[in-house]
Design a protein around this ligand. Structure first.
Ligand SMILES: Nc1ncnc2c1ncn2[C@@H]1O[C@H](COP(=O)(O)OP(=O)(O)OP(=O)(O)O)[C@@H](O)[C@H]1O
Ligand SMILES: Nc1nc2c(ncn2[C@@H]2O[C@H](COP(=O)(O)O)[C@@H](O)[C@H]2O)c(=O)[nH]1
Length: 187
């Protein structure tokens, strides 16, 4: 009898500014069928970010309720804001046999690994520390203070690379997107 083929949950993590969103956006331009979980966050929207598309932007009380009602698969505090993965949509997609992608921080990745050991954890690394600083600063979305906080977290995240199943180095967005699609068995 053939073994049951179950699509996997894939977690993409890596330091702030390494290019996770850029890679995922490119991947979904080429393969719109790839489903990305939309997280809830207490962070304020950046220009151009839309509720329900980039994030579900909620206030602290609403985030507390999501936690209390068990609606988050995982959640973490990152650089002064809270972020969490809505459980229902992820479970529904996996039950429908669709591959699922989460773009979350290291703390969230660790929680998913503990609760869903079948998940594959992919670490996106920068070509160098200087390039990471350039990308995060060059994006122009955060204040100098927030950039500093995110770079402090980046040191911790980079030191945890060995906890992941696979590392992809983001030198070329197109190459990494292709490699991620292959890992997700979409192509
Ligand atoms: N391969 C690359 N080469 C050069 N620049 C890149 C590359 N990938 C992403 N960038 C740029 O780096 C900046 C940060 O990218 P992005 O916002 O996708 O990072 P992120 O990992 O999603 O960050 P965060 O975790 O803070 O949301 C953007 O300005 C993006 O255009
Ligand atoms: N643990 C979780 N981390 C998440 C989630 N959604 C996003 N993130 C991560 O937060 C940081 C900052 O994101 P930003 O949009 O403010 O730059 C980044 O590492 C994201 O991957 C989540 O649901 N859970």
């Amino acid at each position: 009898m053939a073994a049951e083929v179950r699509p996997r949950l894939t977690v993409l993590s890596g330091p702030s500014g390494v290019g996770k969103s850029t890679v995922v956006a490119h991947m979904r331009k080429v393969h719109p069928e790839v489903w990305l979980s939309v997280s809830a966050t207490t962070r304020k929207p950046r220009p151009g970010e839309r509720h329900g598309v980039h994030y579900f932007f909620v206030n602290d009380d609403e985030f507390d309720k999501l936690i209390a009602n068990g609606e988050l698969l995982e959640w973490a505090e990152f650089a002064g804001n809270r972020y969490g993965t809505p459980r229902g949509a992820v479970v529904e997609r996996l039950e429908n046999g669709e591959p699922v992608l989460l773009e979350i921080d290291l703390q969230g990745a660790r929680l998913v690994r503990d609760s869903m050991p079948d998940a594959q954890l992919v670490f996106l690394a920068p070509p160098s520390w200087d390039e990471l600083v350039r990308r995060l600063t060059g994006r122009g979305t955060e204040s100098a203070e927030v950039i500093q906080r995110r770079l402090e977290s980046a040191k911790v995240e980079l030191a945890a690379e060995s906890e992941f199943d696979t590392t992809l180095v983001n030198t070329s967005v197109e190459d990494v997107a292709r490699e991620l699609l292959a890992l997700m068995e979409v192509v």
